[in-house]
Design a protein. Sequence first.
Length: 370
Amino acid sequence: MTSPPVLVLNSGSSSVKYRLFGGDEKRGTVERIGEPGGVPDHATALRQIADEVGLADLDLRAVGHRVVHGGTRFRAPTVVDDEVLAALKELSPLAPLHNPGNVTGIEVARALRPDVPHVAVFDTAFHATLPEYAATYALDREVAAEHGIRRYGFHGTSHRYVAARTAELLGRPVTRLNTIVLHLGNGASATAVAGGRSVDTSMGFTPLEGLVMGTRPGDVDPGALVYLAARGLDSTTVDTLLQKRSGLKGLTGDNDLREVLARRAAGDPAATLAFDVYCYRIRKYVGAYHAVLGRLDAIAFTAGVGEHSAEVRAGALDGLAMWGIEVDPARNAGHAPVISPDGARVSVCVVPTDEERAIAEETLALLEES
Ligand code: ADP
């Protein structure tokens, strides 16, 4: 069955990806936006993509746009009109690296194709179901309320998609399955999914909290940052430290896990420690989310590292056999979708994510409803 044609635009901080679904699938990326050798800005990148796909004359049902931050207002995919667009612009300070590019994508595409619906699909939306006690930081209530400081969570489109595909893989309804989804890419996050709903997730107010990432540290004592500020590091320097100079990159000089693994295999102590810190952090979240979920049915690994690194999958779940969490070495080394032994209490799965496909599906689902 072919679905109606949908163009998905995913404007990141320094790249724009596009994918056309339905009929002839087309895809591409414009990279290094605003960097030497790249295009100057998002608007130029989007116009280039519009030319490449022939956007002006394309037979289209809709355009689906990835938007990183939906704040507290946007809890589900939303058709963009002028009022929604203005609200998205107001959210930009919450996600300064991402939302402005997302908004530019919507503006350029709407100008070229005002005749089709444009749907914003939010990274935060899946986590709108977090209970208040999981979304609340124990900060002064007035300060938190005034500045909108709470846990939002990110990678939601991927977590929702992978939780659903895991249920399909195991032949169980998603509404009856409790799953921990481990999205391990350049950015990384863990989500506790109870019966298809997100009940806790490791990224918080920003995508910095939680797991160790390519260039971000995940959890750090906020007191360390206050200390650095008191020692004279300004907020831009601290921001760069947290966004670009931490995580695997900070510990080893390499943000690509493949390099870290090769150096670890050669006996490099910094790479060995980085791998251990990376896996240990995942294990702590698995333990925490097992407690959150009570009964745990499945653990799903996804994104670049989760889909491809058997060493990380084994390292992260090492020593959890007493909870029924085990990885079969032969299955893990092969390309098996289920890597736990037969009869294990918890099914450990490798489930490829596909954020663009998920955005296309959510876009069409919204339009079919209305
Ligand atoms: P993004 O978060 O940018 O979408 P991906 O999900 O593609 O990124 O993940 C990118 C990361 O996946 C790379 O930085 C690399 O560390 C890791 N990765 C990709 N392939 C492998 C592999 N075969 N083994 C280990 N790590 C891998």
